[in-house]
Design a protein around this ligand. Structure first.
Ligand code: 13P
Length: 251
């Protein structure tokens, strides 16, 4: 088993092209000694400029969403062909904000994952329960259904390319982090589910991140858990210093 940790910054609707370039000017000189994988996921309009600046560096690039079709009459959408040409290494799929505000469903998430894999862009697939679901005691059932639906008709060799991100909705942007042991419980259950759906080999290869109020102060504790392979970070990824502090958690 050799899963390389990944810390990815989901910038959401923050940072113009200029701000992205300023971030990278300050962040990139710091990262020479970083041994884990790092990625930033800026808005679509910043991707090309970011990619140019990231050439020859260790930092990977991701988009925050994409359509599953390659071309067509889908005003306002961005296709996998467009992301591939940037080039993007990753694409976040099914973030809870997309599910909540833009009506994404398990079915569209599954289509997007298949399309991303077909185009050789690694999907970072988000799952996670609401506060009401946690209080009702249905967290594991709900998240396992999301995982199963995400993986529908995906072959084992393709499933290995997926990165999952467990992001409890109540922990996103609230300052309330799931405790490391609560995060491990759900993430361990996701890994067991993948083993049941495929086999141990696939389950051991798939990386599963935690997201939701990850900060320099709690990253070490989260990363110490057996099944947590990294973090998908919102707010704390927006400043070069705090993102560097997260990426250097093990130094
Ligand atoms: P915060 O780190 O701001 O809680 O956001 C988490 C998130 O949604 C990452 O995708």
């Amino acid at each position: 088993m050799s899963r390389i940790p990944l810390i990815a910054g989901n910038w959401k609707m923050n940072n113009t092209k200029r701000e992205t370039l300023d971030f990278l000017s300050s962040f990139l000189p710091k990262v020479e000694n970083i041994t884990i994988e790092m990625a930033i996921c800026p808005p679509f309009t910043d991707l090309y400029a970011a990619a140019e600046k990231l050439k020859g560096t260790k930092v990977k690039l991701g988009a925050q969403n994409m359509h599953w079709e390659e071309t067509g009459a889908f005003t306002g959408e961005v296709s996998p062909l467009m992301l591939k040409e940037i080039p993007c290494d990753y694409v976040i799929i099914g973030h809870s904000e997309r599910r909540q505000y833009f009506a994404e469903t398990d079915e569209t998430v599954n289509k997007k994952i298949k399309s991303a894999i077909k185009h050789n862009i690694a999907p970072i697939v988000c799952v996670g329960e609401s506060l009401a679901q946690r209080e009702e005691g249905i967290t594991i059932d709900f998240v396992m259904t999301q995982v199963e639906n995400a993986l529908k008709d995906i072959k084992p060799e393709d499933a290995k390319k997926i990165v999952f991100a467990y992001e409890p909705i109540w922990a996103i942007g609230t300052g309330k982090t799931a405790s490391a042991s609560d995060a491990q419980e759900v993430i361990g259950a996701i890994r067991n589910k993948i083993e049941k759906l495929y086999n141990k080999d696939v389950a051991e290869d798939v990386r599963i991140l935690y997201g939701g109020s990850v900060k320099p102060e709690n990253i070490k504790e989260l990363m110490a858990e057996a099944d947590i392979d990294g973090a998908l970070v919102g707010g704390a990824s927006l400043k070069p210093d705090s993102f560097y502090a997260l990426c250097s958690f093990n130094l």
